[in-house]
Design a protein. Structure first.
Length: 344
């Protein structure tokens, strides 16, 4: 690579929980890393898709908000001073003849890396859009595919589309605060938690909200302002709904994006790894978290943390094959304490 490239031991692609914990596990072994993520803030899908939802299966934390988990991980990796390159996609990836990797981002950052860890979740996520004529002009404002600020929706007339957990969770969350709320789903069966569906139906029976079995048909726009949406039932009947805000939860398209073109062995749109090193089909390239596949794989944050721990030792061996490996404990190891900045 040219002289402007950053020479680093490891580049981690993905700043979700597993990518951040990979920084920690590498740091304990004295290995530094740079982290690249296409999102503009750390946390990956966890912070992007459900920042306020509680997580109950993180060891020693009976309940933890998704954003809280990300904040704790960022605090945990502070001693290792990893540089995060956010809002940038990896656009170039190549294994050189000497076994190192040439990596470049859409932001013009170039790396000369000894190893690469792909912790990109299920890839980049794109929302399934509402697909109505003229909708594009309102997306990100009057039409939203994720709730970025619930407080801004208070006192507003809302129509929510969808039948999964996101649609039901936000219906129940926003109902007490909204001026009116209508839920629209294409069929009578929902894919959400049964308890949430039952609570929603109770609110409908009590007259606090409405629920329609229908599909979006067309937007109602006056003088360039979104006033509502027409929905179409299975019998073809069209019903107008007044709304200031449409919240659309039709799910997300996970896409591997450029990763699919890097010559790595794939299995059902995931990267095949071994369960000892979590190395992909290319030596020096590792994958942890939801993006990998191996026998017995479970897509849990907990599992991703375990994978990051084992991958760190494999990366150390890949970078420094002559170095003897010792398992040291953070409770007693002076070296670990020094790396963590623990006072004597």
């Amino acid at each position: 690579m040219n002289e402007s490239a950053i020479t680093t031991e490891v580049v981690i692609i993905g700043a979700g929980p597993c990518g951040l914990f990979q920084v920690f596990e590498l740091g304990l072994l004295g290995i530094s890393a740079h982290v690249v993520d296409s999102l503009r803030h750390p946390g990956g899908q966890c912070a992007e898709l459900y920042p306020d939802k509680p997580i109950y299966d993180i060891p020693a934390l009976p309940v933890c908000g998704a954003q809280e988990l990300v904040d704790r991980l960022l605090q945990q990796i502070k001693p290792f001073k990893a540089q995060l390159h956010l809002g940038q996609e990896v656009t170039e990836f190549a294994r050189r003849e000497d076994g190192r990797f040439a990596v470049a981002t859409s932001g013009g950052v170039r790396f000369d890396a000894g190893a690469v860890v792909i912790a990109a979740g299920l890839g980049s996520f794109q929302p399934r859009r509402i697909g109505l004529e003229g909708a594009e002009a309102f997306e990100g404002a009057a039409i939203q595919y994720r709730v970025r600020n619930a407080a801004e929706l208070a006192g507003r007339h809302l129509v929510i589309f969808g039948g999964g957990d996101s649609a039901l969770d936000w219906t129940l969350e926003l109902l007490p605060k909204s001026a009116s709320l209508t839920l629209v789903h294409r069929r009578s069966e929902f894919r959400a938690a049964p308890a949430s569906v039952a609570r929603m139906r109770e609110q409908v029976s009590a007259g606090r909200m409405r629920c329609f079995e229908a599909l979006p048909h067309s937007l109602i726009v006056t003088d360039g302002v979104l006033r509502g949406v027409n929905i179409r039932a299975a019998d073809g009947g069209v019903t107008p709904l007044s709304a200031e805000q449409l919240l659309v939860f039709f799910g997300l398209h996970p896409k591997l994006g450029p990763i699919a073109e890097w010559g790595l062995a794939l299995e059902k749109k995931a990267l095949k790894v071994d369960a000892e090193k979590f190395q992909t089909s290319i030596p020096g390239v590792f994958a942890v978290g939801d993006i990998n596949a191996y026998p017995g794989k479970k897509k849990l944050i907990l599992s991703g943390f375990h994978e990051a721990a084992l991958a760190a030792f494999a990366i150390q061996h890949h970078l420094y094959p002559q170095k003897k490996q010792f398992l040291q404990y953070t409770t007693t190891s002076p070296v670990m304490h020094q790396r963590l900045g623990v006072p004597d």
